[in-house]
Design a binder for this molecule. Structure first.
Ligand code: OXD
Ligand code: MN
Length: 586
């Protein structure tokens, strides 16, 4: 039975039923009883596998098709009317052309299947930040995942009332045919169509598709920012909590920073960290002129390999109940394992493809992009403000990447405009794990390269324009945990010790510490970074904070080349910042 009498919703759902022709339609009310029943059905069809309920209560296992294990950027499209509005960093197709293609693919695709109708909220229901969506899907995995990653069900329908402004999302596994796989966004219609992929990043439409690509367009039109950022609360010994947002490309330890555990010397003094979000932040100017942030999600969809009791005990603890594991190793005792969890790979286990796996084979048992989907409320350091409908006030934004030599451990931009420049030139060097040449620089502005739903240069202009609305802006810094010595050894310990850098950033935000001007921005005085108990000496720290002008001159040449892609649309303010950086470098 439909959970709403909203005509806009019912008309749209009915049109999709006519197109996809499911045998059954089930509205998701968000009740435990209904989700339990769905899990049982998933066990019966094999879509889900029940895990050891004593050790992992409420947890299930899922394998995606081996051809369908990651986001597919090549098949992801922004279908706005004009190609120039999608920009050079997005795939574009004219809406009519994409709709015609999709119509054929969706026609009858749910024959013999159930269509699940999922009303969901991004943001706490009723929050002034919240936005609502309906996802239609034929996947039980997607349905139970959405119930973790977002707020779903009856209360969402009530909050939507009879409004027309919800985001429409149609997902079908169809035949999981990679040749007919599309992740299409229609920003002018608030609509997402995803077909032939069951992988989370392509199929859980609330996440990247809505909360970043569609929301970035809503933010442009409504005067706010949808960002690929973690939100971290840092509580000092006086009990004051200051909040920082952070944008990092993948493989830079974003989830670890979001759930940071302070070093012992800090814990002893009473420092605590709180996770508000690990992946996405929606930021709005508040009445006080500050920037306020919410995490629109309700769970974590984290990369499993590398997550351990050492690297991120909070993430691991979050997965201990009511979670979903995808494409990890399935142990004979009905628990799970992945590379980097510990040094005891299990015997007699099944790999991510469901095949018997020999840990001595040299082949990983878990897919490198295997995932856990865990409720945020399971996280031991989840912020008490997690559900606060007003969000949290942001004092600092940090951008970061993986750079062996160029970027210092931290530097602060001179002002908002310079900060936008610093975000726009974000880059990471390829590691051996990624495709491409090791050391090659991949530019990923604000970590939004695959997630910005419109022209990247217009997005930069929107960031620049936000300055008018934020009278008390956060400081903007760049951090780099990955500086190496001549031998390629990391100079900075990272993980919990990153708090030492965040402490400096937050002190800068509150005018509590001086800094040194340099060609690229403000640098810490080495004595202002607390090294107590971290095993890094002053000399190493000086090296970590040094700026190699020759490398930076090469860097500006790379930035110029990157900026050239955006032609006339490149904001004049960013061009001026690049000119100024070159002038300072001499
Ligand atoms: C993610 C990503 O899955 O950024 O969060 O790719
Ligand atoms: Mn992400």
């Amino acid at each position: 039975m439909a959970l709403t009498d909203n005509r806009y919703i019912l008309d749209w759902v009915n049109a999709q039923i006519d197109l996809c022709r499911p045998s059954k339609v089930l509205w998701i009310d968000g009740s435990k009883a209904q989700l339990d029943e769905l899990r049982q059905q998933g066990f019966a069809t094999g879509e889900l596998i029940e895990l050891n309920q004593e050790l992992l209560p409420g947890c299930v296992y899922h394998r995606s098709d081996p051809s369908d294990v990651a986001r597919v950027e090549a098949r992801t499209f922004i279908c706005c009317e004009k190609q120039e509005d999608a920009g050079p960093t997005n795939n574009w197709m004219a809406p009519a052309e994409m709709r015609a293609k999709l119509k054929d693919i969706y026609a009858g695709c749910m024959d013999g299947r159930t269509m699940y109708v999922i009303p969901y909220a991004m943001g706490a229901v009723g929050s002034p930040f919240a936005k609502y969506g309906i996802e239609l899907t034929d996947s039980i995995y997607v349905t139970v995942s959405m119930a973790i990653m977002t707020r779903v069900g009856t209360e969402v329908c009530a909050a939507m009332g009879d409004a027309a402004d919800f985001v429409k999302g149609l997902h079908s596994n169809a035949q999981l045919d990679p040749e007919r796989r599309y992740i299409a966004h229609f920003p002018q219609d608030n609509e997402i169509c995803s077909v032939n992929s069951g992988y989370g990043g392509n199929a859980l439409l609330g996440k990247k598709c809505f909360a970043l690509r569609i929301a970035s367009c809503l933010g442009r039109d409504e005067g706010w920012l949808a960002e690929h950022m973690l939100i971290l609360g840092v509580q000092n010994p006086a009990g004051e909590v200051r909040y920082v947002c952070g944008a990092f490309p993948s493989a830079c330890g974003k989830t670890n920073l979001a759930m940071l555990i302070p070093p012992e010397a800090y814990r002893e003094k009473g420092w605590k960290c709180w996770c508000v979000g690990d992946d996405i932040a929606w930021l709005r100017p508040g009445p006080d002129g500050r920037l306020w942030a919410v995490n629109p999600e309700n769970g974590f969809f984290g990369v499993a390999p590398g997550t351990s009791e050492k690297t991120n005990p909070n993430a691991l603890a979050s997965t201990m109940k009511d979670s979903i594991f995808t494409n990890v190793v399935l142990k004979p005792d009905g628990t799970v394992w992945w590379e980097g969890m510990d040094k005891n790979p299990p015997r007699g286990a099944l790999n991510w493809k469901g095949e018997p796996w020999d840990p001595d084979s040299g082949v990983p048992g878990a897919h490198p992009n295997s995932r856990f989907t865990a409720p945020a409320k399971n996280c031991p350091c989840i912020s008490p403000e997690f559900d606060n409908p007003q969000g949290v006030p942001i004092s600092a934004i940090v951008f970061g990447g993986r750079r062996a030599r160029t970027a210092p451990l931290v530097y602060q931009s001179r002002n908002w405009q310079h900060g936008v420049f610093v975000g726009s030139i974000m880059a990471s060097e390829k590691t051996a794990a990624a495709e491409g040449k090791v050391g090659e620089v991949r530019r990923d502005p604000m970590a939004m390269l695959p997630f910005c739903g419109y022209h990247m240069a217009d997005y930069w202009q929107h960031w620049l324009d936000m300055e008018q609305r934020i009278t008390n802006p956060p400081v903007i810094c760049n951090v780099n945990w990955f500086r190496t010595d001549e031998q390629g050894k990391f100079l900075w310990p990272g993980f919990g010790d990153n708090l030492r850098v965040i402490e400096w950033v937050l002190k800068r935000a509150f005018g509590e510490v001086d800094a040194v001007d340099s060609e690229i921005g403000y640098l810490p005085r080495p004595e202002d970074i607390n090294l107590e108990g971290c095993g890094v000496d002053m000399e190493t720290l000086r090296g970590l904070l040094s700026v190699d002008k020759t490398l930076w001159r090469q860097e500006t040449a790379g930035i110029r080349e990157f900026y050239a892609k955006f032609g006339e649309k490149l904001p004049a303010a960013l061009k001026a910042e690049l000119d100024e950086l070159e002038r300072r470098l001499g």
